[in-house]
Design a protein around this ligand. Structure first.
Ligand code: DOR
Ligand code: ZN
Length: 348
């Protein structure tokens, strides 16, 4: 069965592009689908101020294929040394859309992150005052807490205190994976919103161990039980305004993934819209795809909706995706486990 839909050009509100050669290799997959993306700052060293954000933004623009219109929206990486002045300068720069809280040790390159949330209270106050949104990697890092419970626990231990201290601070609960996070966001909207990834809409925790360990399905937060995946799917296909796309596409080379201490991260960018069109069609909700990919996020960030449209077409033969070459290495593209027929046709 073939098909064709046209949607407003989408935005990816959570994207890892890395730097150097990886950046040059992965960026084309994003710019053929997305008009803008919120760029994660967890480089080594991290992007901690407006100056570093601007330099990184320029490197991204320089890596863009010619004749492509793409706007990187930058984020600052919060550390316990971030100052109120850093926040004001970022807000004034006009190119920084948010600041990101990584609990130290929670994920890839988070060692410079925040150990005690109280340490950044003045920074949170300043963010609330200048209305710079806070993005959170929502997992506690206490080794005594089960890895599958770390997101739910984060709500009580970190999010709730921040909500009490700074009720007007706009918060994005990033890459949510649990039914508890879905309900929390619903009941704390509009100050709180959430990004949802493509992979968490497709895999549950069983996929990690299907016939053996599957490093290419390892990401953080980990995929959870099927009931949680169902809750995420219902949230996005229901068209609710507080949920929007952030792919968390996170490229790592094969040697970094297939390693005794392999990296967390799934490279979904090339298949992002193909997978989403498949899922929304399967749920009988294709008409709500555009809200999730192209409207809800822009409204939360108070950005203009993109002009221009993107056509998605459903063909008759499954798409093929090859690993991306990087030097003498490669990066595997996410395999959803079902054939993909939807693809981007052409921007109009
Ligand atoms: O799986 C993940 N990969 N989760 C994150 O939070 C970070 C990301 C990365 O940078 O590789
Ligand atoms: Zn991420």
């Amino acid at each position: 069965m073939s098909g064709r839909i046209s949607i407003r050009r989408p935005d990816d509100f959570h994207l890892h592009l890395r730097d150097g050669e990886i950046l040059r290799q992965v960026l084309p997959a994003t710019v053929r689908q997305f008009a803008r993306a919120l760029i994660m700052p967890n480089l080594l060293p991290p992007i901690v101020d407006a100056h570093a954000a601007e330099q990184y933004r320029q490197r991204i623009l320089a890596a863009c294929p010619e004749a492509v219109e793409f706007e990187p929206l930058m984020t600052l990486y919060l550390t316990e040394n971030t100052t109120g002045r850093d926040i004001v300068q970022a807000a004034e720069a006009g190119t920084v859309a948010a600041a990101k809280l990584y609990p130290a040790g929670a994920t890839t390159n988070s060692d410079s992150g925040v150990r005690r949330i109280e340490a950044i209270r003045p920074v949170l106050d300043r963010m609330e005052a200048v209305d710079l949104p806070l993005c959170v990697h929502g997992e506690v890092t206490d080794p005594a807490i089960d890895v599958f419970d770390r997101e739910e626990k984060f709500i009580d231990v970190v999010l709730e205190p921040i909500r009490k201290w700074n009720p007007d601070l706009r918060i994005v609960f990033e890459h949510i994976t649990t039914a508890e996070a879905v309900s929390y966001v619903r009941s704390n909207s509009p100050a709180v919103a959430a990004t949802i990834t493509v992979h968490h809409l497709i895999i549950n925790r069983n996929h990690l161990f299907m016939g053996g360990i599957r490093p290419h399905y390892f990401c953080l937060p980990l995929a959870k039980r099927e009931i949680h995946r169902q809750a995420l799917l219902a949230a996005v296909t229901g068209g609710e305004a507080m949920f929007f796309l952030g792919t968390d596409s996170a490229p790592h080379t094969e040697s970094a993934k297939l390693n005794p201490c392999g990296c967390a991260g799934i490279f979904t960018a090339p298949v992002a819209l193909s997978c989403l069109a498949h899922l929304f069609e399967e749920a009988g909700s294709l008409s709500r795809l555009e809200a999730f990919t192209s409207e809800n996020g822009a409204r939360f960030y108070r950005l203009k909706l993109n002009s221009g449209h993107l056509v998605l077409e459903k063909g008759n033969s499954p798409l093929q995706f090859r690993p991306l070459p990087v030097g003498n290495e490669s990066i595997q593209v996410f395999d959803p486990g079902f054939p993909l027929y939807w693809d981007v046709a052409a921007p109009v």
